[in-house]
Design a protein around this ligand. Structure first.
Ligand code: ZN
Length: 393
């Protein structure tokens, strides 16, 4: 039976070892990944900037989902170069073709004055709260920090905004802005689950803030108790990463569309009507915009509002929750978002259908330079506004 020294020597003879200077050069190559296999407590004290941290103990089970391409250049290090030697051998056995172990490890790296930082991490309370996210390699600490840094604006604290805001707050989206100028009315409580009977008559934004803060103290709720108009929409949108549209009228949807094109942030669109709902994502200048989808609003007799036509109580919960999922996917860069696709839900049939949506190359809103787009108040017809002449003409 070999001794530890013999096993280490045998392992090192089977892998490629590089010195710290070579590793420092290699990590700057495009696509190269620095893989830190130390324990979490060691990593939190200091790490190479941008390093991927997978402790040695979970390397085999985690590496395939974190680094799917087996030809990725992997620069593996630990504290001194022992654990990384064994890790490099394991990685080669798993089929990774381009693996090196850094001799001397992070201790030598730091002693030589090479670049390192103290990585951001979650507090023990946050590690507990977001544990089910941390178990997903696609989210993990890095993704949770992205969610905590994210800023999402909700247009409306009503039927769609309620479930969306609750789930985004629970998931740890760090900043939630809410635009609403209404007060809580008894007729809202059939579906607007942010509010309750004790809050009747209260400003909706204040009621929403109380509910969301009680759910998750990590969330900063920013209230915009104003009517969204041409004079304030660009200012309100600026600084947010994306918008969840829970508006209930066409003029606001067109206004939001134009402003989101100008500010350059995606809109997760949701709408509900009686027993049906729709969700899509409008990504500025990448996919279709709201005006490509609906060049002009339907006549009022064909599109009565919820107040006139009614809506089944649970329906906004389903649509608003899908909007929240799309928002989280956009923040984390996960999966396929609904840009260019309309997801339609029919509660009576209990069916989902997806329709392809195309961008209109002649679209009066998204085919022009956003600087030339005029943000102006819409009337009932929502007709496009005259476009500003190009600068210098
Ligand atoms: Zn368009």
């Amino acid at each position: 039976m070999p001794s530890f020294r013999e096993l280490l020597a045998a392992t090192k003879s089977q892998i490629r070892e590089v010195d710290t200077a070579t590793a420092d050069e290699m990590r700057r190559q495009p696509g190269a990944v620095v893989l830190d296999v130390r324990e979490p407590a060691e990593y939190e004290q200091g790490a190479i900037p941008g390093a991927l941290h997978i402790p040695r103990g979970t390397l085999e089970s985690s590496i395939e989902s974190r680094v799917p391409d087996r030809d990725t250049p992997l620069i593996v290090h630990c504290a001194s170069g022992v654990r990384s030697a064994f890790a490099a051998k394991t990685l080669e056995e798993l089929g990774y073709t381009n693996v090196v172990s850094v001799a001397g490890g992070f201790n030598k790296w730091k002693d030589e004055g090479r670049e390192w930082t103290t990585p951001r991490s979650l507090t023990p309370e946050q590690q507990n709260r977001y544990q089910r996210h941390l178990l997903l390699p696609e989210v993990d600490v890095e993704g949770q920090l992205k969610l905590l840094d994210a800023k999402v604006l909700l247009l409306g604290a009503g039927g769609l905004g309620s479930p969306a805001a609750l789930y985004l707050a629970a998931a740890g989206v760090g900043t939630l802005g809410i635009v609403d100028m209404d007060v809580v009315d008894e007729s809202n409580l059939q579906r607007q689950i942010l509010h309750n009977t004790e809050r009747l008559g209260e400003r909706k934004v204040d009621s929403a803030k109380k509910t969301l803060t009680a759910l998750n103290p990590d969330v900063n709720v920013v209230t915009h108790d104003v009517r969204l108009g041409a004079d304030n929409v660009v200012d309100i949108l600026s600084g947010y990463d994306l918008v969840i549209d829970g508006a209930d009228n066409f003029p606001v949807r067109y206004l939001l569309n134009d402003a989101s094109l100008k500010v350059g942030i995606p809109v997760v669109h949701g709408s509900i009507f009686r027993f049906e709902g729709q969700v899509t994502v409008f990504k500025p200048h990448e996919g279709p915009c709201y005006r490509c989808f609906l060049p002009e609003p339907p006549p009022p007799e064909l599109a009565p509002s919820c107040a006139e036509a009614g809506v089944l109580g649970v329906l906004p919960g389903i649509i608003g929750t899908i909007q929240a999922i799309e928002a989280i996917k956009l923040i984390l860069g996960l999966g396929e978002d609904l840009s260019g696709r309309l997801l339609a839900y029919d509660a009576l049939e209990q069916s989902f259908r997806t329709y392809k949506m195309l961008r209109d190359p002649q679209c009066p809103a998204c085919s022009i330079d956003p600087d030339r787009l005029v943000i102006a108040e819409y009337d009932e017809l929502c007709a496009p506004h005259p476009i500003a002449p190009p600068p210098g003409s």
